[in-house]
Design a protein around this ligand. Structure first.
Ligand code: HAM
Length: 427
């Protein structure tokens, strides 16, 4: 008989308690910061209809990365690869009841059939933060500010590179080159790959798409000119929106972390305005940590109501790489506050009583499930990562005392059983 492998499915992770502690800490900080900014948490099902993504999520996501199947009732079902279409569905579903502007967040697990590599897995968790409604530049600025403040809550804000572009500007630019939507889309793919493949291959790609030397040099100029030059050449709504956004980011003290980057295109089709990606400045972490932008027409999939939104997704895999690279992960070695030993069966009830008092004081307490001597109990407590161990035998119990050992300091004292909580809390 051959045994079943203990390996998890390719591109997924098991979360043993140590990893789970880390994940809880990370998500806890995300939640705490989002709540501080007045965002409300939402969630949806992991399964959605295939058509929810087919319309606007972009061909790479739908044709290459989507997990989908036909269910027993012949419905075409997809496992969510991103949260934004679900968010739009939820908002459209209760459009008139929801107070605007909507500020929502969620931490869903998402599935994409990708080649697993650094920063990319098949299952990841993604903090989604979105604002629907409100004045555009204020909402865009607040979204980026939130991203910055979230990383600051982890102590890492000095390492951020926030790159901003505008879909409307790119449409104007492609129009000036005489490209129709289909060819512009193909050029977008080349732009997306530009930094990875280098200038020679990039130029060849553009030639293969039928672009002449003039267009290619216009494209090169566009990428090298900087915002001020582009602003005067492409005057209009897009550059005005971007200028306002840069002013607001300056007001928030983010000027040095932000820059205009026309190579930020974003693969998802629903973006219509500001688009951005946020990177770690450390060269080891090359993948975007945050990706987002403004979408004007996504709610239109579900009916007549329209409401423009802006938001981002930030993945847990790239965040973990960031936190580890910059040594921002605290020590998680203490899984348990107190371990309470059971000297023998007759005193199991007494051990439970002490544990209850400790738990009522807010401590996490494990009680031994074996009768054992002091030495064995201490060994077990150390293995489990407890900070303290409470021990007693017949003699201590009769005189209302227990032995309290601080395992971190390797110090042992005899204290009144009634006083053990206070003593632990002062150490
Ligand atoms: P996205 O750029 O596809 O955007 O993903 C956002 C972030 O999720 C990425 O920057 C990365 O940190 C993480 N991520 C994406 N795919 C993977 C993967 N396979 N493995 C690990 N991490 C990954 C969206 O999904 C948009 N729906 C975000 C959004 C929200 N736009 C507006 N609101």
């Amino acid at each position: 008989m051959s045994f079943i492998s203990t390996q998890s499915y390719k591109g997924t992770r098991d979360f043993y308690p140590d990893e789970m502690r880390f994940r809880r800490w990370m998500f806890g900080k995300m939640r705490e910061t989002a709540l501080k900014f007045g965002f409300q948490e939402y969630d949806g099902p992991i399964l959605e209809s295939f058509e929810l993504y087919a319309a606007k999520s972009g061909e790479e996501l739908v044709n290459e990365q989507l997990y989908h199947f036909v269910d027993r009732g012949d419905r075409k079902v997809a496992i969510r690869p991103e949260m934004t279409p679900t968010l739009a569905r939820l908002v459209a579903g209760k459009f008139n009841e929801l107070p605007k502007p909507i500020r929502w967040f969620s931490i869903p697990n998402l599935w994409r059939y990708e080649k697993p590599q650094k920063g990319r897995l098949r299952e990841h968790w993604q903090l989604n933060v979105d604002v629907l409604g409100g004045e555009r530049s204020m909402a865009d600025a607040e979204t980026l500010y939130f991203a910055h403040e979230l990383i600051r809550s982890f102590g890492g804000n000095a390492h951020l590179d926030m790159r901003i572009n505008h879909r409307g500007l790119m449409d104007q630019f492609f129009g000036s080159l005489g490209l129709d939507a289909e060819r512009a889309h193909k050029v977008t793919k080349a732009i997306d790959a530009k930094d990875k493949i280098g200038p020679e291959k990039f130029h060849q790609w553009l030639k293969d798409l039928g672009l002449g030397a003039t267009e290619i040099s216009q494209i090169d100029a566009f990428f090298n000119e900087g915002f001020e030059a582009i602003r005067s050449k492409f005057a209009g709504v897009a550059v005005d929106e971007m200028s306002q956004l840069f002013d607001r980011l300056q007001d928030l003290g983010l000027k040095d972390s932000c820059r205009f980057d026309p190579s930020i295109m974003r693969g998802l089709n629903y973006y219509t305005g500001t688009v951005f990606e946020i990177y770690d400045t450390h060269p080891e972490n090359r993948r975007a940590m945050f990706g987002g932008g403004r979408y004007d027409n996504l709610l239109g999939l579900f009916g007549k109501n329209q409401l423009s939104g802006v938001g981002f997704g930030m993945g847990d895999v790239t965040l973990e790489d960031f936190l580890r690279t910059h040594a921002l992960v605290p020590d998680f070695s203490s899984a348990l506050d107190v371990w309470v030993g059971v000297p023998d069966r007759a005193h199991w009830k007494s051990a439970q009583e002490i544990s209850r008092t400790l738990r009522e004081a807010g401590l996490s307490v494990g009680v031994s499930l074996d009768e054992a001597g002091f030495g064995a109990q201490i060994k077990q407590a150390l293995k489990l990562g407890a900070r303290f161990v409470v021990l007693f035998g017949e003699e201590e119990w009769k005189s209302g005392k227990v032995v309290l050992k601080n395992l971190g300091k390797n110090e042992q004292t005899i204290v009144d059983a009634a006083d053990v909580v206070r003593v632990i809390q002062t150490q």
